[in-house]
Design a binder for this molecule. Structure first.
Ligand SMILES: Cc1ncc(COP(=O)(O)O)c(C=O)c1O
Length: 398
């Protein structure tokens, strides 16, 4: 069967693939703990579900405007004003998409073409690079380090930007490293971006999941000039545990939002109608449950960080946001398991899956092979059991 050549540029999502593998083993009766999923283990709060049921009962079951119903766009803009310090016009500067993932896909396709460059710090979430390549752009990865808390320095960013740079990607709090950029760091980045011709895509989907008193700052809020150069991506999956509802959005300059609307009109049309009505309930609140969720993630974060750092061969930087930890596992490379010598992060992930019955995602998927990503959006009991299993499995390596 002949496929279009563009498909050869597009790998399947490695995080979803690892999830599927863990589910397959579980179906065979194995007690696999999944640290692979990028979704909260909490359920969508009841008041949000009730809003969807009400919408269905009221017959909100038809097409909407491609960019989403106006009351939702108004709720998004009010939320951005309150939580990000950003004012947008609900009529012109926001598009609701089928998950944040569609925002990434559409945004990169309306902005990038052959000859354009996109600067992406690595390690970073799996979607930007393949979608940018699909859009024809050249990806310039800036490799960050543990010493710098997995954040790029102003010098590294400056060196990566050329006259062809169209977009710089920021994801703070970051999936998979949990790093959070401070206001000061963002101010330096903004200076560099404003001195270039580039725009910024800031993915703020984990903006409400922060620890140790960290503050979430949107680079768009630093100045009117920076706001004009920034696309803010956000969504409902993480803050409201709504991964299956497929609801996200982008805020930004009207001509870019208009182009995303046009592209979306030829693909999905609008996001699911009753999910949009539920989205209003989510944004309007109450938000009191969130404090409890973040406190519980924090408890798991402390436990998993301490547990992993106590295992010889592993070391993990303490995450400051999101619900992932990204331990260095290169200390296990060269060690021998029943299926041979471990050579890379994929080998570690497979060893953990088969011999610790713990599923994680190899760091190679995020642009650094020395690590694996473990999501602690799973019960505290699973975190305890998983760390113990990993400790025992590492101890058995030759
Ligand atoms: C950094 C980041 N951005 C965006 C998304 C997209 O999420 P969704 O499409 O569920 O809104 C994810 C999901 O894992 C993510 O980790």
């Amino acid at each position: 069967m002949r496929l279009a050549t563009r498909m050869s540029k597009l790998p399947p999502s490695p995080t979803l693939a690892m999830n599927a593998k863990a589910a397959e083993l579980r179906a065979q009766g194995k007690d696999v703990i999944s640290f692979a999923a990028g979704e909260p283990d909490f359920d969508t709060p009841d008041h949000i579900k009730e809003a969807a049921v009400k919408a269905l009962k009221e017959g909100k079951t038809k097409y909407t405007e491609v960019r989403g119903i106006l009351p939702l766009r108004e709720a998004i803009c009010d939320w951005a004003a309150e939580h990000k310090g950003l004012r947008y016009d609900p009529k012109k500067q926001v598009v609701v998409t089928v998950g944040g993932k569609q925002s990434v896909f559409d945004l990169l396709h309306v902005l990038l073409e052959g000859g354009d460059e996109i600067v992406i710090p690595a390690p970073i979430w799996v979607a930007y690079e393949p979608v940018a390549v699909l859009a024809g752009a050249k990806v310039v990865l800036v490799q960050t380090s543990e010493e710098n808390g997995f954040k790029f320095t102003p010098e590294e960013l400056k060196a990566a930007i050329t006259p062809r740079t169209r977009l710089v990607v920021l994801n703070s709090p970051c999936n998979p490293t949990g790093c959070v950029y401070s206001r000061k760091e963002l101010e330096r980045i903004a200076e560099i971006v404003l001195a270039s011709g580039a725009m910024v895509l800031t993915d703020e989907i984990y903006g409400k999941i922060l620890y140790d008193g960290e503050e979430h700052v949107s680079i768009a809020s630093l100045s009117p000039e920076m706001k004009e150069r920034t696309l803010v991506l956000d969504g409902f999956s993480k803050t409201y545990a709504m991964t299956g509802w497929r609801l996200g959005y982008t805020l930004g300059p009207a001509p870019i939002i208009e182009a995303m609307d046009t592209l979306q009109s030829q693909s999905t049309s609008n996001a699911v109608t009753f999910a949009q009505w539920a989205g209003i309930a989510a944004l309007r609140g109450p938000h009191d449950y969130l404090k409890g969720w973040v406190a519980e993630y924090d408890r798991r974060r402390r436990f998993i960080a301490a547990g992993l750092n106590a295992i010889p061969g592993l070391s993990a930087v303490m995450p400051k946001g999101a619900f992932y930890i990204f331990p260095r596992v290169s200390g296990l490379f060269g060690r021998k398991g029943p299926n041979g010598t471990i050579r890379d992060s994929n080998g570690v992930a497979l060893y953990f899956l088969e011999h610790a019955e713990c599923a994680g995602v190899p760091g190679s998927a995020f642009g650094d092979d020395g690590f694996i990503r473990l999501s602690y959006a799973t019960s505290f009991e699973n975190v305890q059991k998983g760390v113990e299993r990993i400790r025992a499995a590492v101890g058995q390596l030759g």
